[in-house]
Design a protein around this ligand. Sequence first.
Ligand code: NDP
Length: 455
Amino acid sequence: MCAGVIVPELVPELQELFDEVVDRNRGEAEFHQAAHEVFESLGRVVAKHPHYLDTEVIRRLCEPERQIIFRVPWTDDAGQVHINRGFRVEFNSALGPFKGGLRFHPSVYLGIVKFLGFEQIFKNALTGLPIGGAKGGSDFDPKGRSDGEVMRFCQSFMTELYRHIGEYTDVPAGDIGVGGREIGYLFGQYKRITNRYESGVLTGKGLHWGGSRVRTEATGYGVVFFVREMLAARGESFEGRRVVVSGSGNVAVYAIEKVQELGGIVVACSDSSGYVFDEAGIDLTLLKEIKEERRGRIADYAAARAGTATLVTGGRIWDVPADIALPCATQNELEAQDARRLIANGCQIVAEGANMPTTPEAIKLLNAGGVAFAPGKAANAGGVATSALEMQQNASRDSWSFEHTEQRLADIMRDIHDRCLHTADEYGVPGDYVAGANIAGFTHVADAMLALGVI
Ligand code: NDP
């Protein structure tokens, strides 16, 4: 667990299981954190349904079905050989083929991949679609690498990964550092090695070679659709709301786009070098040009909008007053001090676009401060849900319109929202989206595991 975290007590049987998870997965702090968060919600479930303990289904859930670690050798433009480490953790396939993204970032190690894979099990279950949970990636840093270097890395990565994936086995997608370019190189190498045009083996593909409309926008749009439901449940809307979005990658950019379409004003966004505050509202056309075309920095945005935007380096984006905060960058980026500042500034809703961006201590503070909090496994499920829609289109060799696909996404996000609230009510914690998401996701996948026998 992170240092200084307030750890709520678990019921003794779950504490014992949690201790075992820590012992069997030493040094994997992020995985421990993700498991603890789910276990906190399960006390109510095992009190009502003790068979989940008797059948050891929770213990089984914490052990991945398969973990693959491999060498990824590649050569840079100067002829220098590099070695990275590749990972694929196939966590759970009770509901369907393993499904989850690939992350290319220097911080990637087994503990990060396992936390993401574990979260993915429950997220995918919450979508109601037939997909299991997995995650993968590499400690490769694509930043500053040429297209040729990224291509050679992706080809080498797939030269090992191809033997473990398939449209009925395991279907990777993108995540941090893996966008359309990387998925293209990965798919090209898969096709070449296997001699199969197996579109359903990867999602996040380009539109003219098997991709789905709305997949690029899906995670960001989905978070905003989820928040729209949270607001509607209070009889409110996005109209005129000030919103802060961390990050400026795939999730952040499309969250900003949908907030603006729904009448909200996004006043700040960031990258790992700092944040920009733009009182007039973020100029999305400019941001997209800098981030998606030039692969530039947030400082370039501030320089181009010198009249209205301020660049802040070394500060915290959560200091900017807002009604709604959407952390869309990375894990543990919203800490206790940030939660206190958001509460003091009157923030009413925090919804996670990224995976586990809010520390456990910050979540407790937000709850205590009356801020409605939506966890990533519910709020950012729109990406994987649209990936499953991409798989449906590939399987039927069909291609849906933007409007139809976006409507499917909006319906799925509304269903997830309602399922969280309904489950929270059923288990005596009304309005608790964390408990609702964990319990609804857990019972769905655990029941499927029990039906399949001890496997
Ligand atoms: P991208 O690589 O497209 O963007 C990540 C963004 O976060 C970049 O702007 C990056 O800045 C910023 N960032 C990374 N680390 C930090 C940091 N320490 N402080 C501030 N900013 C930081 O990734 P995605 O947008 O795809 O993913 C973002 C999050 O959303 C991740 O947690 C991912 O797991 C989650 N997610 C993504 C889904 C998807 O469909 N893409 C689906 C569900 C969840 P810089 O460029 O400087 O590194």
